[in-house]
Write a protein that binds this ligand. Structure first.
Ligand SMILES: [Mn+2]
Length: 348
């Protein structure tokens, strides 16, 4: 297991130099953020990012994310240009030593929450998803105020995207995902870059948009679309674990044994029933997931990929990017490292 940490670049209030001081930290998970979705990241930009990360004493081997253009998800005629660009990104990143690329196939919206700064009992703040609040939101009406959403969309862009997706059902989205994979996985194999899809967060449809990477049956179906190790998973415990229908340790055990998990996101969620949840401290007793069982499932099945503590709460007065402060994620990293050390020693 290689411990890693997400870093948003020079604008991130969490400095690379601080991340390096977290015990057993190995790698940085990052991306190039100033190139529009669907365009090629230049070799020069990739080389500069690699030099910056490695100069801080950390490995540059995981990219999160290379985003997938909406035209690819929609299966538009223009997708082929964007797919060629995507392949070029895989080649450039592979040549720079990148081993894993995380991406997702969620229409329009990435992760969705109803509030980013809910005050918990201990005074920390966390991201939450309350179903009744989300059900009342309409992305096409009123202010563009959905927490965390991509503010680069204008109202007109959104209307046009929603119109396009209204003509698409789940099976169409599966077809478009398969088309994309059949194009890119051979390139990933050639350049030794493992592709790792991130599940949908939350793992159910929102705002009438289809979502397909949500549970064990859909992950099985996904892995069979192209039966190659290079077509693998970012297994996000919080995203999949927001659905009580997912048995997380059991799923991890299966997919790790198959060698299909290349990247782990580990965080805890407290399920509140009926499609609502709060993000919680990593420690098992604070949420609904058994983090020790999760780490044991990885350890028992020989997991040797990358793992990062996922979202943390905001604690100790820290301000910054919701979910991505330093302190609570560092506590999570240390907790995870402690469980792993224990598993290594008791299994000797
Ligand atoms: Mn995640």
């Amino acid at each position: 297991m290689k411990l890693s940490f997400r870093w948003y670049g020079e604008d991130d209030p969490v400095k690379l130099e601080y991340i390096r001081q977290i015990p057993t930290m190995d790698s940085i998970v990052t991306a190039i953020y100033d190139v529009p979705v669907g365009q090629v990241w230049t070799k020069e930009a990739v080389a500069a990012l690699k030099a910056r990360v490695e100069g801080a004493g950390l490995a540059f081997e995981v990219i999160e994310s290379v985003p997938v253009h909406e035209d690819i998800k929609l299966g538009k005629k223009t997708r082929d240009v964007y797919i060629e660009n995507y392949k070029e990104n895989i080649r450039n990143l592979g040549e720079a030593g990148v081993k894993v690329i995380c991406y997702n196939f969620m229409p329009v919206f990435d992760w969705t929450r109803s509030q980013l700064d809910k005050v918990l009992d201990d005074g920390s703040t966390a991201l939450v998803y309350y179903k009744d609040q989300v059900d009342q939101m309409d992305p096409l009406k009123g202010e563009l105020s959905l927490p965390g959403w991509d503010s680069s969309y204008t109202k007109e862009d959104l209307e046009s995207l929603f119109d396009d997706y209204s003509k698409l059902d789940k099976e169409d989205l599966w077809d478009n995902l398969e088309y994309f994979l059949k194009e890119i996985i051979p390139v990933a194999e050639e350049y030794d870059v493992k592709m790792a899809i991130h599940p949908d967060d939350p793992p159910w449809p929102i705002f009438g948009l289809p979502r397909i990477i949500t549970d064990e049956a859909s992950l099985d179906r996904f892995l069979k679309l192209v039966d190659s190790k290079y077509n693998g998973l970012t297994f996000c415990t919080g995203s999949l674990g927001s659905g009580s229908f997912n048995d997380i340790p059991s799923m991890i055990g299966r997919y790790a044994a198959q060698g299909r998990i290349h990247f782990m996101h580990v965080r805890n969620v407290k399920l509140l029933g009926e499609g609502s949840f709060e993000e919680a401290a990593h420690v098992s007793s604070y949420g609904s997931l058994d983090i020790v069982a999760i780490m044991k499932a990885l350890h028992d099945n020989g997991f040797d990929g990358y793992l990062r503590p996922d979202h943390g709460r905001m604690i100790w007065g820290e301000t910054g990017r919701p979910g991505y402060g330093l302190y609570d994620r560092a506590l999570g990293a240390t907790y995870i490292a402690g469980i792993w050390e224990t598993l290594e020693k008791i299994n000797k």
